[in-house]
Design a protein around this ligand. Structure first.
Ligand code: TXA
Ligand code: MG
Length: 356
């Protein structure tokens, strides 16, 4: 299959006639059962018709993803929610009011319209209403219901640029819409509203504190920052149980005071270089010039969580591009957006963490 890439200017107020025509073409590819990758405000998605079982099968095949891992259905109008979800609690409408369109996914009971292939056999459905204007227009031209996991091959970091979608999906999908770098860089927050109190299954840009301003009570899945199999508990979002976001090199997260972390990492990279490894360090800007390794990547300034979130997945992929075999990463604070950052970083490291 030949994968076509079309560019759409992300910042422009209005689409040009050519851009609109390209989005219409992309919509008709999805409506006729094809796959199109597109930008959202979180990460690039791999879109297919959410109401077509064949499209769901194609998405799993293109990603190399286990078919028990359900897809998120993306909508572009609030009134479409009740076509795919039923027994919707009042709280869901409050959450939609506050955070939609935006980087938040709700788990609700599904209607018969949604095929079980899309939901990985579950009787619930994940619904997201993205704010990205390219995504919104594409969903509209696709018939209103687009199933879209992150547009990476299964296990790889989610793509935050179209070039990384091409790296993983060239020849496997019909089209890629290149809308430049995405804004947030981490996938949406997932909130399960089929349980009481509602529970966060995946942390994201919309934090627990933000949700608690709208809901009386919000729980968090205990496995979010755990080691994945602690206490024998499986994460409640099926996708959270898989190794994910991982670079090819072995990644270790190091936690402790900045001085201790610096000394430990420099000692490790010196030893590993002697052993013939190609070493990498993922750090904040503060100690950048005091680290020693073959490849040193700064993800942002400590405290600038939005900057760190935006760069994290691209930096993990850059270590691969540079052939790094051993990577050390500083741990980050887990307050606010930091929880989502550490959740992704620890998963990328397969929960290999050194506490000093
Ligand atoms: O920001 C995002 O959410 C991106 C963009 C493209 O919208 N999409 C995304 O999709 O991250 P994906 O497939 O990579 O991750 C979806 C997660 C998986 O962990 C999956 O198991 C969980 O959502 N999920 C989907 N449906 C679910 C359901 N009915 N119950 C529990 N978890 C569900
Ligand atoms: Mg994903």
């Amino acid at each position: 299959m030949n994968t076509v890439t079309v560019k759409i200017r992300p910042e422009a107020e209005k689409f040009t006639a050519e851009e609109d025509a390209a989005l219409r073409r992309a919509g008709s590819i999805i409506q006729s059962g094809g796959l199109v990758a597109f930008p959202t405000e979180t990460v690039y998605g791999l879109g297919g018709d959410a109401l077509n079982r064949e499209s769901a099968r194609k998405i799993y095949a293109a990603k190399g993803r286990p078919s028990d891992n359900p897809l998120i259905v993306h909508i572009c109008r609030l009134e479409d929610l009740e076509k795919i979800a039923c027994r919707i609690p009042e709280e869901a409408f409050h959450i939609a009011d506050a955070f939609w369109p935006g980087p938040l996914t709700m788990i609700l009971h599904k209607t018969a319209l949604v095929p079980s292939e899309t939901t990985g056999g579950l009787d619930t459905v994940a619904v997201r209403f993205p704010s990205d204007r390219i995504a919104g227009r594409l969903i509209r031209y696709s018939g209103g219901f687009v199933a879209a996991p992150s547009a990476n091959r299964s296990g790889r970091p989610s793509p935050t640029y179209a070039k990384y979608v091409l790296q993983d999906m060239d020849g496997r999908i019909d089209m890629i819409i290149d809308g430049g770098q995405v804004g947030i860089g981490l996938e949406s927050t997932i909130l399960d509203l089929t349980v009481s109190p509602p529970q966060i299954l995946r942390p994201g840009y919309v934090t627990g504190e933000m949700l608690r301003k709208v809901l009386k009570e919000v729980d968090t899945d205990v496995t979010i920052l755990g080691d994945g199999d602690g206490d024998g508990q499986a994460p409640r979002a099926p996708g959270m149980k898989y190794r994910h976001y991982a670079p090819a090199g072995e990644l270790t997260v190091v936690e402790g005071s900045p001085g201790a972390v610096l000394a430990y990492i420099n000692r490790q990279t010196a030893e590993e270089e002697k052993a013939g490894e190609r070493t990498g360090i993922l750090c904040s800007g503060e100690n950048l010039c005091r680290y020693r390794a073959d490849v040193i990547k700064c993800v942002g300034s400590r405290g600038d969580d939005e900057g760190i979130a935006r760069h994290l997945f691209a930096v993990l992929r850059e270590f691969d591009d540079e052939g790094v075999t051993k990577i050390y990463a500083e741990a980050f604070d887990t307050a606010g957006l930091g929880q989502a950052i550490m959740n992704r970083l620890l998963k990328a490291a397969g929960h290999r963490i050194v506490k000093l």
